[in-house]
Ligand binder design. Structure first.
Ligand SMILES: [Mg+2]
Length: 310
């Protein structure tokens, strides 16, 4: 009996310890101070219009890698020389989906070429190259490979604060859209792990021919200014499909001035009939002068798994 009581105490203690840790890591301090001005603006727009809330469609736009996911779903994440997790580019190559990078040294050769493009030529050429080097691969098979990687590995590296804000926005009828410079076929596969429809995900798209990826790009390429173009086309599309409704971007989230700065600035500087849209730079580092005083800056580190226990 005594042993049972002791065991029960132990079990209860670890249960409360886990519960305590769960709530501690549920979100960071900044989330509510970001959400409340977004909700205030939404309410001011509704109140001042004198219309019913369903005359509006509110949107929030998110970058993916480094903003929702700690690290990068295409490239993976490293800590010094050690890989914390493998990226989808490597996963696809190692599973034989690239005709260009085959065999044992396939990924190593890809990485050299990719980094050379990125550093010596430009991200505008490097980022599209990821889906392009998979040309000929069966789209459904790539999707399945990505689903598995998101479910088993990548979803553990989502920032808890981003997950919390995505959920709260959605609960308050603000639709989250993701605009990423990772391949569209990659980011679409994260949809079930975030509880959103794949239609909300927009990455770099190649044309699909006979169920297979091709090297031909669909424009805009969702990197830098291309992200703003995509954002505008999403607003226009939503307006067209919902005649009589007003479609408004209330918030933008990103982690890089060079990649996300343009669309975040576009959202922050809109002139709304009431209130102000909010753009949030997450772990963005030093602010370049052209972006001074436009964004809310926050730091995030908590992810879904405790890294120390890896
Ligand atoms: Mg990013």
């Amino acid at each position: 009996m005594k042993t049972l009581g002791f065991k029960l105490t132990l079990t209860l203690t670890s249960f409360f310890f886990l519960l305590h840790n769960f709530y501690l890591s549920a979100q960071e301090a900044h989330t509510d101070s970001i959400l409340s001005p977004i909700f205030d603006t939404r309410q001011a727009l509704i109140n001042n219009s004198g219309e019913s809330p369903d005359r509006f469609i509110f949107l929030a736009f998110w970058d993916f890698d480094g903003t929702i996911l700690k690290g990068d779903c295409s490239e993976g994440m490293r800590s010094g020389d050690r890989w914390i997790y493998k990226g989808l580019a490597q996963d696809a190559i190692e599973n034989g989906y690239s005709d260009i990078y085959k065999g044992e040294e396939g990924f190593e050769r890809f990485w050299i070429d990719y980094k050379n493009l990125e550093q010596n030529i430009g991200k505008w050429l490097a980022y599209p190259f990821i889906p392009q080097m998979l040309r000929g691969a069966n789209m459904k098979e790539i999707q399945e490979l990505c689903h598995v990687h998101f479910e088993t590995v990548l979803k553990n590296y989502y920032f808890v604060s981003s997950l919390y804000m995505l959920k709260k926005l959605e609960e308050n009828n603000i639709r989250n859209y993701i605009i990423s410079a990772s391949a569209d076929v990659f980011v679409d596969a994260s949809a079930p792990t975030l509880g959103l429809s794949p239609n909300r995900f927009h990455g770099i798209e190649v044309k699909i021919k006979n169920d297979r990826l091709s090297e031909e790009l669909n424009y805009p390429v969702t990197w830098s200014d291309g992200k703003t173009d995509k954002l505008i086309s999403i607003i226009e599309d939503t307006s067209r499909k919902n005649p009589g409704k007003q479609v408004i971007a209330l918030a933008a989230f990103g982690n890089s001035y060079s990649t996300d700065g343009p669309f975040m600035k576009y959202v922050a500087e809109q002139l709304l009939p009431s209130g102000k849209a909010v753009s949030v730079m997450i772990n963005g580092g030093k602010v370049p002068s052209e972006y001074a005083d436009i964004f809310i800056q926050v730091e995030q580190s908590e992810i879904r798994i405790n890294e120390a226990s890896e």
